[in-house]
Design a binder for this molecule. Structure first.
Ligand code: BGC
Length: 513
């Protein structure tokens, strides 16, 4: 196996570059790709609790809920078709992000964003006008295809565009859009559910065309990233663009590293197979574990089913949707904290602090629900203070997620992959995220029915495991240029045995067969 000997970076470079208005605006527009993902997360839970929607598409759930006043509260909403409605999207997203990896690599990040917007738009229209369950499902598959494309391309786009010192903050714009999408969706659900005649769900589902159009138009006006231009052989254009983005003239060092990375990348014919090489073991491990862990925090139990959950613990319909709005606000606010802190305090600090805070609040929620609902799920009359305490702990939990695993679950993978495996590895990340989102969306209501309040302990266990994992295995990536990232693995006590480097501390890339 001859070494091709392309040398990238010595780990000590500091690329000049300012936080220009141009790069800021570009990143804000691109980050809006997260809106479609967020809007959908926020809309599904609320729509599935609307009576008129249930009556039209899931009459058995409606009947059960109406007639079953005495039954176990934990099992009130345990219905496979209802959860399939929510989770079918994630299977579609899973498939499309694999295709998106080729599009992103061969045609640039922009085209993937455009396709994402168009597919999502089609899905939103089909859902808004749905008259049969099949239309709902096909619509959701289209939405899923859209999300697969945008979640594959947007985080990469942001990490490549951003000056490395502000990469964390600019990348988290994606997560901020997700949380804004969720919040807007919960507020809309609240009002649309009150429309007389019960057709408000059509507006909720059809309203997804708005964020879809935003990213569709956005992708048309956005510039390509210099990395992506170089990857496609447009060197001069890339250099001019890099000057404009960074707001300085001396971009030679960064250009050199980008070109070297691109050359290494060209030698790789099979990025997927390449991922299995020993030197990519740390990257592959993170691409698999970070998104899986992100979902095993249990966040989507709250995001998808907050209204259902709050109804289960005794809030009325309105109060349930309103509480979902409260958690939505906390989610947005805490994401802003993360934008502020990620490049100052670092990724590891946020991961570990957030993990501890989630752990404590999950145990508290389990104890509170366990104390009142016991194992038979019959709480009797719930006092107001009780409901407030539960919502409070859920908010503390959401805040912790929103400044740790939420944004970092997308940021860290997108910044650690070298160019030659970047698109493929990002697809692994998106796929794992979608698989676990699917599993949790699909089995949550069943789990709540069987594990009862123990469900929260189940997720708390995983939060403990993932926090230890981060502490031991994730090196700090704050303030390291992407093209220099190999250094962090080389100096890590465990991962150094997998990655290559010569005695000068330089990193060899692009070994081929
Ligand atoms: C996760 C979603 C989650 C959202 C909540 C995202 O980072 O990928 O699954 O619903 O955060 O804000």
């Amino acid at each position: 196996m001859p070494a091709v000997g392309i040398v990238i970076g010595d780990g000590n470079r500091e690329y000049p570059g300012k936080l220009t208005l141009y790069v800021t605006m570009t990143c804000i527009v691109a980050a809006m790709g997260g809106l479609i993902f967020g809007y959908d997360i926020g809309i599904s839970g609320g729509v599935t609790t609307m009576e008129s929607f249930q009556k039209e598409f899931f009459p058995s759930v409606y009947e059960k809920q109406k007639n079953d006043h005495e039954s176990n509260k934990y099992c009130k909403f345990d219905s496979i078709p209802l959860t399939l409605f929510t989770s079918s999207l994630y299977l579609a997203a899973l498939c499309s992000c694999v295709v998106a990896s080729y599009v992103t690599r061969a045609f640039g990040r922009k085209l993937s964003m455009l396709l994402g917007g168009v597919l999502f738009c089609a899905g939103a229209l089909l859902n808004g006008f749905a008259t049969a369950v099949w239309m709902l499902i096909v619509g959701r598959l289209l939405l899923g295809f859209g999300i697969g494309f945008t979640n594959q391309s947007v985080p990469l786009y942001l990490s490549e565009m951003a000056p490395y010192k502000y990469r964390g903050a600019l990348n988290i714009g994606f997560q901020l859009s997700i949380t804004i999408g969720i919040l807007v969706a919960s507020v809309l659900n609240f009002f649309f559910s009150k429309i007389p005649g019960g057709w408000g769900w059509r507006l909720s589902l059809g309203g997804a065309v708005v964020p879809a159009l935003i990213i569709t138009v956005g992708s048309l006006i956005l510039p390509d990233t210099p990395n992506s231009m170089i990857e496609r052989g447009r060197f001069k254009q890339a250099e001019t663009k890099l000057r404009k983005i960074r707001g300085v003239d001396n971009v030679e060092d960064e250009m050199d590293d980008l070109i070297a990375a691109s050359e290494a990348s060209k030698l790789v014919e099979h990025p997927w197979r390449n991922l299995l090489q020993r030197k990519y073991r740390p990257h592959l491990t993170m691409a698999i574990l970070i998104p899986s862990f992100q979902q095993l925090t249990g966040i989507n139990v709250i995001m998808f089913y907050a209204p259902v959950l709050f109804q289960t613990i005794g809030f009325g319909n309105d109060a349930a949707l309103m509480s979902a709005v409260v958690t939505g606000l906390v989610n947005v606010g805490a994401t802003v904290v993360s934008i502020y802190g990620v490049d100052k305090w670092g990724r590891r600090f946020l991961f570990i602090e957030g993990g501890l805070q989630m752990l404590i609040s999950q145990v508290a929620v389990a104890a509170a629900i366990g104390a009142k609902f016991g194992v038979d799920g019959n709480p009797g009359v719930l006092p107001k203070w009780y409901a407030i305490v539960v919502v409070l702990f859920i908010c503390i939990y959401v805040a912790a997620f929103a400044w740790s695993w939420g944004p970092l679950g997308w940021l860290v993978p997108s910044e650690i992959f070298p160019l030659e495996i970047r698109s493929a590895a990002q697809s692994v990340t998106v796929s794992m995220n979608m698989i676990f989102t699917f599993i949790i969306a699909q089995v949550f209501l069943m789990m709540l029915c069987h594990m009862k309040f123990g469900l929260f302990i189940f997720f708390a266990f995983f939060v403990a495991v993932m926090s230890v994992f981060i502490y031991v295995f994730l090196p700090e990536t704050r303030g390291v240029p992407i093209e220099e990232m190999n250094q962090v693995w080389r100096s890590h006590w465990y991962w150094s045995r997998f990655v290559d480097g010569d005695e000068n501390g330089r990193v060899e890339m692009g070994k081929v067969h």
